[in-house]
Every structure is written in C-alpha cells, then in structure tokens.
Write a protein that binds this ligand. Structure first.
Ligand SMILES: C[S@@+](CC[C@H](N)C(=O)[O-])C[C@H]1O[C@@H](n2cnc3c(N)ncnc32)[C@H](O)[C@@H]1O
Length: 339
C-alpha cells in the first residue's frame, strides 16, 4: 500500500514537473514583454538629455517586441501535442490560462531554460552554428567512423548518446547508418528536439530570434535582433530503415542492461554528473566487451599571463575501450589535446 502511494506520488510529481515546464514555455511571451515594458519605463524616466543620446531606443524595443511574437509563435508549435509525446506516459491535458500558471508557476530558472533552449537551436540546427557544431561533434564522429569503418554494416553498430540535447549528434550518427539512440532528461530539450526531429520536414522552414534576451555584449543593437533559420537540413533525411530514437529519462536509471551498446558517445555531458563515478560505472557496464566510449569535454585552463589570469578553453577528446576481461579497469587509449 505504502509502495502504491509512493508510485502515485512519483507520478503526481512527474506530472507537476511536466506541467510546470509547459507553463514556462507558455509564459514566455508575457514574461518577455514584461521585461520590455520595464526597460521602456526606465528609458522614459531618463532625463531628456540622456534619452537624446539613444533616440532610437524605443524603435529598437518595438522591434524586439515583434521578435518575441515570432519566437512565441514557434514556442506554440514546440509545445503543441507534447502531452502525447512519450510512448509510455500520457500527461493528459495541461491546464491553460492564468489558473494553470497560478497552480504551477514557472520559476525564473525555468524561464532562463526556455531562453537557452531557443539559443541551442543555433548551435545544433542552424547554418550559423556550423563551425561551432563542427568543432565539437566532428572529432567524435571521426573517431566513431575510425573505430567502426564502412566495411562494418553500420546498422549493426549500436551507439548511445546520453545528454543528447537537441539531438544533432545522434541524428548525424543515425544519418551515417549507425543504430543510434539519444537520451535526454530535460523536458526543455526533449520538447525542442521532438519538434525539430519529428515535426520539421523541410530545411530552413522556421525563423527564430535567439539573441533578443541578450542585453549586453552586443556590438550593435541589430545584433540583438539577428534571426536564424532552422533546421539547416531536413531532419527526416535519414537512410531508409534507419534505427534512430530518443529516450527520455535519467541516463543512470534508463540504461541498466549490461553489455548492450557498441559505443557510447558523450559531448559536454560528464560534468553534469553529481557523482562522476556512477556515470563511468554505468557506461562501463552497458558497453559490450570491446566497445568504446568516446567523450568530448571542454577543459578550462587557468594560465598566468604577465600577472593577469587568463582562461583558455580547449577541447579534450578521451577514448576509452571496454576490455573483455572482467575486473580490469578502463584503459586510457589516447588523448588528443590541442594545447
Ligand atoms: C551541457 S548539455 C550538452 C548537451 C549536448 N550534448 C550538446 O553538446 O549540446 C548536457 C545535457 O545533458 C543532459 N543531462 C544531464 N544529466 C542527465 C542525465 N542524468 N540523464 C540524461 N541527460 C542528462 C542535460 O539536460 C543537458 O541537455
């Protein structure tokens, strides 16, 4: 009986979480327009001679407002039918309007996540994200192709991408014919990846203003209202009979079956661990003997430069092989590092 209640509580909590995230997306327009309204008020309160320094600021704000409307149009498409997104869960209808928002109010953290989710489209699915994408996904893809070359039927190679974000790396691997599953636990990411992977069927069909919430570090005000188009490719463009899926949930809980993956590919994932050893143990357990874990992380080095501290970001690729003898620790095979 107590167990039944616990399950019910867990389901209830999950539903509440789901509704809160949907509400965060729904609240985007109101939240963003409020921010503009406040900025406008501060501007109006400036003395005339200060306002005259930036005479076009009001025009700029009204352009930002239009961009918010475009983003919100996209958001409505993203959250459409998300109640039925998962095969194993139906979260039922999500309460609309003020009552729903009052019961499950989004936090400011949630609103930040909505904004970063929109930005993530740039890196993963736009032409302008090409270089950044290449710098973090290409080394991983190259390494996987080297380990599982074209002589091997790629559909027999099972690749798991935990912490898949908006799913581009997993998509690229599926496009090469590998049997690939992305895994992600953030509903923000899952809603957005579901939209791009399952609902976008044409290249560059959507427009988005990813930078409009960035009020600093803009060289000119037009930088802030620069749009992107996405997706840069048609996400449905996959080989016939491709085996590609996304699985929702905590990687540590979803993947318990030993010896089931030929390769685990992680990019900027390991530092999300509360306990990194549990990530390593899980990867070790689920890899087939002889399988590979290809990992790309960013390393931040602190360098002393004439007395000033300088931060330098470098990519670090680590490849681990799962040995066949039980009891042996993972062997560190190669470190290619650009420092
Ligand atoms: C820093 S992001 C990197 C995302 C993606 N690999 C990329 O390069 O864009 C880490 C991702 O891992 C996800 N994540 C964190 N912990 C997770 C877990 N235990 N199970 C599944 N996904 C997780 C986060 O939601 C986030 O999307």
């Amino acid at each position: 009986m107590a167990e039944e209640n616990n399950v019910k509580d867990a389901d209830e909590l999950e539903k509440e979480h789901f509704v809160r995230i949907v509400n965060a997306f729904k609240y985007y327009r109101l939240y963003s327009l409020n921010r503009i309204r406040n900025t406008e008020r501060y501007y109006d309160e400036l003395p005339d001679h200060h306002r005259s320094i930036i005479p076009n600021f009001r025009d700029h704000l009204s352009k930002v407002r239009n961009c918010i409307e475009t983003n919100f149009h996209l958001i409505k498409l993203i959250i459409q039918n998300t109640e039925h997104m998962f095969e194993n869960k139906n979260h039922g209808p999500v309460e609309n309007g003020e009552e729903g928002l009052r019961k499950h109010p989004p936090t400011s953290y949630d609103m930040d996540r909505v904004k970063t989710t929109l930005k993530q489209f740039v890196r993963d699915w736009s032409e302008s994200g090409r270089n950044e994408r290449a710098s973090c996904y290409d080394p991983v893809i190259r390494e996987i192709r080297r380990r599982f070359p074209p002589q091997i039927d790629p559909s027999t190679v099972f690749v798991l991408v935990p912490g898949a974000g908006l799913g581009r790396l997993a998509y690229e691997l599926a496009k090469l014919g590998y049997s690939c599953q992305g895994n992600e636990w953030s509903l923000f990411m899952l809603f957005a990846s579901n939209f791009v992977l399952n609902k976008c069927r044409e290249a560059n069909a959507h427009k988005l203003y990813p930078w409009i919430h960035q009020w600093i570090n803009n060289k000119t005000s037009s930088d802030q209202i620069e749009p992107i188009s996405f997706p840069d490719v048609n996400p449905a463009d996959l080989p016939a009979n491709s085996n590609f899926s996304m699985a929702a949930g905590d990687f540590l809980e979803v993947y318990t079956e030993p010896n089931s993956w030929d390769c685990v590919a992680t990019v900027f994932f390991i530092d999300t661990a509360h306990n990194i050893i549990s990530y390593v143990e899980t990867i070790w357990r689920i890899l087939k003997p002889g399988g590979f874990w290809v990992n790309l992380e960013i390393q931040v080095y602190k360098l002393k430069n004439f007395g000033n501290l300088k931060w330098v970001n470098k990519f670090l690729i680590l490849i681990f092989i799962r040995r066949s003898q039980p009891g042996e620790s993972a062997q560190y095979l190669r470190q290619s590092i650009s420092i």
